[in-house]
Design a protein around this ligand. Structure first.
Ligand SMILES: Nc1ncnc2c1ncn2[C@@H]1O[C@H](COP(=O)(O)OP(=O)(O)OP(=O)(O)O)[C@@H](O)[C@H]1O
Ligand SMILES: *[C@@H]1O[C@H](CO)[C@@H](O)[C@H](O)[C@H]1NC(C)=O
Length: 312
């Protein structure tokens, strides 16, 4: 099995979203009735991997879930999306990562995330996946697992000349400097750019400035995503930054748009290695733009067959 070369290997998180919709958020000790409940597949790593696979990438996930019902269903979800599951481990020492979400009628929410099994993904699992990691075209990491595990995966990729995409999400204020050095593409959103640089990011100009600062820390390229404004792309070899705008769409649910963008970017990097990064970003904007026009996280991620041929 490990002789196969993957386009995209994601080392990251899996989470089950347990969503209750209620008229308001309950107070401490209170029980209230909600009007809707649903279970969704989430976790930044898994979201990104599934978007890449839906575009046609040969994708594999390196992650850890619990030896429980949610872990079993997550593995089935990967299989249903064509993601290879050889490196999805199951542990009885922790539960599958879960996010309990309550949404009120105003759209505000209260969320408890229990990372669980995600935090048990470590060096041993990376060693098991090393033969596949070495030969993958692109490695993608985030920060919903132990940061040391993400950093080790990025280091292994770098040592083996595998291209890396790092998404510092959720952002931590003092990121190990090696995260920048091991990132071929460092891709974050406005709030992450703000937290990492310490200055406010609310406009294209701010994003260019923050991007330049992040680039100075040693990344090969930086992308700052800007919601309906698309993104800003900066490359180490050039002194200029490019704003890549996106077409206006009617957004109904932007949850997971950032992960759709990163999954698409990883797909383009693997399939079109000589395509300019700005063009990949332009196409990733289009893919993520489709995802905001439907409800749900993975449920809103488009498949290759649903997208215009010019994106391929
Ligand atoms: N309203 C929108 N219209 C068109 N495209 C959008 C819109 N919102 C997001 N996108 C697309 O999704 C990409 C990522 O969005 P954003 O910068 O909001 O990431 P994010 O904050 O990480 O997303 P989220 O936290 O909602 O998952 C943008 O670069 C853009 O391509
Ligand atoms: C950026 O992503 C984080 C998740 O890491 C999210 O909480 C935050 O709302 C996003 N910021 C914007 C401006 O969308």
């Amino acid at each position: 099995m490990t002789e196969e070369a993957f386009d995209v290997l994601v080392v990251g998180s899996c989470m089950t979203d347990l969503v209750s919709q209620a008229p308001r958020l309950p107070k401490a000790g209170e029980t209230i009735h909600g009007h809707k409940f649903f279970i969704g597949f989430g976790g930044k790593g898994a979201n990104q991997c599934i978007q890449a696979a839906r575009l046609g990438a040969k994708a594999a996930m390196v992650c850890k879930v619990g030896k429980d019902f949610f872990g079993d269903s997550y593995i089935q979800n990967f299989k249903d999306n064509g993601v290879h599951t050889e490196f999805v481990g199951q542990t009885s020492d922790a539960a599958t990562g879960a996010a309990s979400i309550i949404v009120n009628d105003e759209g505000e929410n209260a969320i408890v995330i229990v990372a669980g099994a995600n935090m048990l993904l470590g060096g041993e699992e990376l060693q098991d996946a090393l033969p596949a990691l070495c030969r993958a075209k692109v490695l993608v990491c985030q920060l919903e697992i132990s940061p040391q595990t993400s950093l080790q995966a990025l280091r292994m990729a770098r040592e083996n000349h595998v291209k890396t995409v790092f998404n510092p999400a959720p952002a931590i204020p003092h990121l190990d400097p090696n995260f920048y050095r091991f990132s071929d593409v460092f891709c974050c959103n406005e709030s992450e750019a703000e937290l990492l640089t310490g200055s406010s990011v609310a406009s294209v100009e701010d994003a260019r400035r923050a991007g330049r600062e992040l680039l100075r820390r040693g990344c090969g390229a930086v992308i700052v995503t800007l919601g309906p404004q698309g993104c800003v792309v900066l490359r180490a070899q050039e002194s200029s930054s490019q704003h890549v705008p996106t077409s206006a769409v009617t957004a109904v649910d932007t949850t997971g748009a950032g992960d759709s963008f990163i999954g698409a970017l990883a797909f383009y990097m693997a399939h079109y290695p000589v395509m300019p990064l700005e063009e990949m970003a332009r196409r990733a904007n289009q893919v993520a733009g489709v995802s905001v026009q439907a409800v749900g996280t993975q449920a809103s991620y488009p498949f290759k067959k649903e997208l215009p041929a010019e994106l391929f």
